[in-house]
Design a protein around this ligand. Structure first.
Ligand code: AR6
Length: 234
């Protein structure tokens, strides 16, 4: 309790007063998460599950790109989300972000389902990122399947209108129509599909353990994601 890593984690989102609360530390970590002057992006750890990217290396890249971005852009908040309290990527990122002194009001970690951040986590995140596949198709498991399922057909149709494919290291912004359940229930106005590097030999475009190229592609993917998020937030 009270250590540096837990001061970054948003376990349950807002309390009755709209104040975000960290349940580990039992103290507020964010002023007021119901305010609309913060544009908030919630994002999963790209490529570290089905695409099998090394977690140590991914956590270095996440904290590096987050720190660069937050030095340049004001009035935004980033939240890295994963499903389990045992998430290794969340603990690595928390420790590295604390070491780099990244502002814990602007960058947080959260344990929960990215498709239920408002209803279950009490968080208001107007933009969420998806770890997509290159065809931008629903299904396939992981966070991609969860987001397409929660958003319904509206996301599938809107995605097709914006892009047919995505190349590794890139992202595309999809405005989420107001008839999507994810928009209505969770207040999500945009989904940003991101394609990260693939290290899994069972999936297309496997990089065969080439972490020079893989690291570059993952860095490009987060940079593209955050730039796209900033362009919506302006
Ligand atoms: N909420 C929050 N985080 C989640 C959720 C969720 N509902 N579901 C999974 N995660 P992955 P990748 C976390 O495998 O490695 C797909 O099939 C998960 O624990 O979804 O980039 C696509 O179609 C992990 O930390 O994405 C692609 O083909 C993170 O999300 C391929 O997998 C990313 O895990 C992409 O693989």
């Amino acid at each position: 309790k009270g250590d540096v890593s837990c001061s970054m984690e948003l376990e349950k989102g807002c309390n009755k007063n709209g104040t975000a609360e960290d349940e580990f530390c039992g103290k507020s970590v964010v002023g007021d998460c119901s305010r609309d002057d913060f544009h908030t992006l919630a994002f999963p750890s790209i490529s570290t599950s089905d695409f099998q990217f090394n977690h140590e290396k991914a956590s270095d890249i996440i904290t590096e790109v987050v720190a660069d971005f937050l030095n340049k852009v004001d009035n935004v908040r980033l939240i890295l989300v994963d499903l389990s309290h045992k998430s290794r990527i969340l603990s690595l990122v928390r420790a590295k972000a604390a070491k780099k002194h990244i502002d814990s009001n602007k960058f947080l970690t959260h344990v929960g389902d990215i498709t239920r951040l408002h209803t279950e986590g009490g968080l208001h995140c107007n933009v969420i990122a998806n770890a997509a596949n290159w065809r931008l198709k629903p299904g396939g498991g992981g966070v991609n399947a969860a987001i397409f399922k929660a958003a319904g057909e509206a996301l599938e149709i809107a995605t097709k209108q914006h892009a047919e494919t995505l190349s590794p290291g890139n992202s595309v912004v999809i405005p989420l129509p107001s008839n999507s359940p994810l928009h209505q229930r969770e207040g999500v106005t945009h989904v940003i599909h991101v394609l990260g590097p693939n290290m899994n030999p069972q999936r297309p475009n496997c990089l065969n353990n080439d972490y020079v190229q893989g690291g570059k592609v993952l860095r490009d993917a987060y940079t593209s994601l955050f730039e796209n998020f900033a362009s919506i937030s302006r």
